[in-house]
Design a binder for this molecule. Sequence first.
Ligand code: PGA
Length: 236
Amino acid sequence: MRTPLIAANWKMNPAPIEDQNSTSLFTSTIVDTVVFPTALDIHTTVQAGLATGGQHGRAEVTGAYTGEVSMQQLKAAGCTYVLCGHSERRKYHNETDAEVATQVTAAVAIELIPVVCIGETLQQREGNQMESVLRTQLASLPNNTQIIIAYEPVWAIGTGVSASPEQAEAAHVFIRSILPADTAETTRILYGGSVKSSNAQSLLEQPNIDGALIGGASLIPEEFATIVQIAEGLTK
Ligand code: PGA
């Protein structure tokens, strides 16, 4: 019912597509895939035929916002997705839940699919605050069928320490339980945080994990392709 989405977050790294062969490793005819390159590489990935998203977009259409790119500009460049509220944006750019909600609303209005990142820090998890943190991060979002959620526990991002399949599934079940009733079952909830080919099967086979947002491992095309194949295998 929910088509898996396997997403590559290349962050501030060069796009790892050198030729036709490596480019094709980021595609699938069975599951959905998308790459999130730097703004400078969006043109390249769109030209290469890859479903592409912006790593961040500002809600205002144009204006005096040095260093920023607008949702409109992402759309015009050929993006179909946009990341909103990645924990690195929240950390290094102090993005608040209210700002993230504004971005999501702007993305939805022009039919860019927002992938909204939420997740707790280690301190919050150890302080038994995971549920309240997730609830707060979700509270201000508009209710829209286009929105995709990415559960990314901050302690699992770039650390090599993934959430266990049980931990991730429990968080996804909780997230689904607090989504608006009319969209909860159809909303795709991705897991992100140290996903690699060696742990993808056990994560993706969880009933409420509908795909993955992959950072480090997505910089190796063969590694990403293996995760795509695992997702394809699970849909049959
Ligand atoms: P990671 O990053 O796979 O390197 O942990 C995930 C992310 O930040 O989206």
